[in-house]
Design a protein around this ligand. Structure first.
Ligand SMILES: [Zn+2]
Ligand SMILES: [Zn+2]
Length: 334
């Protein structure tokens, strides 16, 4: 099969991915072989490719095929696979598999499993024509969602779903979404669905235009947000979806005393006890979160913004994403 292979860590500007022929993976007894229809390009793919996750042992192998937001069609299944059929439309999320036995896995929190594998980071991912994955971490696609519409749900959607749930967002709250990228554009819709008044903040006008289309009550450029909200009223909750020091600093400047910051990105927080802030982390989503996210999308309560590119264009798409030029989610189509 053809795949985009990362052979060594390097900055996106050096075109680190090589498009080449690699062996199609073989199916183990508990796995399915999926012919990929689309794979999302996530900001965290950039962090991995550029070596920012090396301190966490990611990628755990080289060469590796990146990509962790995948939809496709089952082409083959192992002998122990239950409940899935050849030709079924399915998706693979960031959480590729977990140990299924530890205290987290047995209490519905497999996203916290210490032995979990993440797709395209600890095993080959979706920048390719095929992927194999264990059947008990595969999700059937709702009939009324196309592959392209469904694909961003498998990282951006489920990450936002869990984050909004963990932040316990409810009606009447003022909620700022900082960073309207892949995850942010989904968090915005989910926070609205929970009844919040949503204020979208980003560095770029293009992203704010999307936020407006998706129903944000207020859109603010990052550089204007502090002055505006200090005057018009600070927020009860900040959903932090931009991985930068500036975004973290801004979060505490626009938050009410006693407010909550939902942290869904890497970064170090500095804050004083005297404001009685609540800080909550959120990472990926469980299998239950994934199913609920697909259900909400199928009901039309959330929608994804995406644009398709050819798999051969991966380096270029990553570069555009790094420069803030991608609105919503870019998809690679083999
Ligand atoms: Zn992602
Ligand atoms: Zn486990």
């Amino acid at each position: 099969m053809k795949a985009q292979l990362l052979t060594k860590i390097g900055s996106i500007e050096t075109n680190p991915l090589i498009y080449q022929e690699v062996p199609t993976p073989e199916v183990k007894s508990n796995e399915v072989l999926i012919r990929i229809k689309a794979c999302g390009v996530c900001h965290s793919n950039i962090h991995m490719i550029e070596g920012e996750f090396q301190e966490f042992g990611i990628p755990s192998k080289l060469p590796i095929i990146p990509g962790h937001e995948i939809t496709g069609i089952i082409e083959e299944k192992g002998k122990d696979v239950e409940g899935l059929e050849v030709n079924q439309r399915v998706g693979v999320q960031v959480l590729y598999e977990s140990c299924r036995k530890c205290e987290y896995c047995t209490t519905g929190r497999e996203n916290l499993c210490l032995s979990k594998k993440t797709t395209g980071e600890r095993c080959d991912g979706g920048y390719a024509e095929y992927i194999v994955a264990p059947y008990d971490f595969i999700y059937s696609l709702p009939d009324n969602l196309s592959f392209e519409e469904a694909t961003p749900l498998f990282c951006a959607g489920v990450t936002a779903y869990r984050a909004v749930k963990r932040a316990s967002i409810t009606f009447g709250q003022r909620v700022a979404i900082v960073g309207i990228g892949g995850v942010g554009h989904m968090a915005l819709q989910l926070a609205k669905l929970a009844g919040a008044e949503v204020i979208a903040i980003d560095k770029y006008d293009k992203q704010l235009k999307l936020a407006e289309e998706l129903g944000a009550e207020q859109i603010l450029l990052a550089r204007d947000a502090e002055a505006y909200l200090s005057k018009e009223g600070k927020v009860d909750v900040v959903m932090l979806h931009a991985p930068s020091k500036d975004a973290i600093d801004l979060s505490f400047k626009i938050l009410k005393r006693g407010g909550l910051v939902l942290m869904a990105v890497l970064g170090n927080l500095r804050f004083s006890f005297a404001e009685e802030y609540t800080i909550i982390g959120s990472v990926m989503g469980t299998r239950k979160d994934m199913k609920e996210t697909l259900r909400l999308a199928s009901l039309g309560k959330i929608r994804t913004k995406w644009k398709a590119y050819n798999l051969t264009e991966a380096n270029d798409v990553l570069l555009r994403l790094k420069r803030g030029e991608i609105v919503g989610r870019a998809l690679l189509i083999p």
